[in-house]
Ligand binder design. Structure first.
Ligand code: DC
Length: 237
């Protein structure tokens, strides 16, 4: 059955924001939630990762704010949903797995700290808002991109647990990794994401904070769904 969800706050389609640090489980929760509600999905991290990859491919200096803002402005990126899986195309070429490489992750953190890059990508992110609704996953979805979102979640987990999750994910793909290196990377990225001037990672004042340390993903999803159904009224089918 296709349910229609209406926003109380205004005429715009409803938005659920899920912010938090890397490895907190927000990507998984956002995907499951969007599928459960039949909402569109914005993986804003993929946008910053693609901008970083474009900069790396062109040999752009990652400290040059003007050059990076230009890369972001001209970014030819497309998100295609294929059999429920998000595919990312940069200049028509598939980069879905390239943007997940560790060197791109670190570059994305640097690129995302540039105010001109964030400004260039702001409207693109807002354009994802559509009926019947949007689940937006990132760092500043509830604070900057969709401050009027109906439901705001801030999902966290301890750094060690996040490193373990990332290690399991990479080992599952046959990539050999050191847990210590991953933990260091995660801490370095947290520091960059939380301490930058432009839209730092922080919970919105009206966000509900959930800690997923030691909690299985289905339990987190149930908690989020309860919040969603509390705040967004299912409409007539
Ligand atoms: O969620 P992720 O790990 O794919 O994000 C990649 C990088 O982009 C991460 O270092 C933080 C940054 N990012 C951001 O600054 N703002 C967002 N809304 C999403 C991601």
């Amino acid at each position: 059955m296709c349910k229609k969800y209406m926003s109380d706050a205004n005429e715009l389609p409803p938005v659920i924001t899920i912010d938090g640090p890397s490895g907190s489980g927000k990507g998984t929760i956002a995907k499951l939630l969007a599928a459960r509600l039949n909402f569109a999905l914005l993986d804003s991290g993929a946008l910053y990762r693609t901008a970083a990859l474009a900069a790396l491919n062109r040999g752009v200096d990652l400290t040059s704010e003007i050059a990076l803002a230009q890369v972001a402005k001209a970014l030819d990126v497309r998100f295609v949903v294929d059999n429920g899986r998000l595919r990312v195309l940069l200049e028509g070429r598939e980069v879905t797995s390239d943007i997940r490489m560790e060197r791109v992750s670190m570059a994305a953190s640097k690129v995302a700290a540039i105010p001109g890059v964030r400004a260039a990508l702001l409207q693109r992110q807002r354009n994802f808002r559509r009926l019947p609704g949007l689940v937006a996953d990132g760092r500043d979805m509830g604070t900057t991109v969709f401050p009027d979102a109906q439901v705001k979640i801030y999902l966290t987990a301890g750094a060690e647990e996040r490193a373990r999750r990332r290690a399991a994910q990479l080992r599952g793909k046959g990539v050999s990794v050191s847990l210590r290196d991953l933990l260091e990377d995660i801490r370095a990225r947290d520091t960059l994401d939380m301490n930058r001037e432009a839209s730092p990672l922080a919970p919105a004042e009206d966000a509900v904070e959930l800690d997923s340390t030691g909690v299985d993903i289905e339990a987190v999803l149930q908690r989020v769904l309860t919040l969603v159904f509390d705040r967004i009224q299912p409409g007539v089918p």
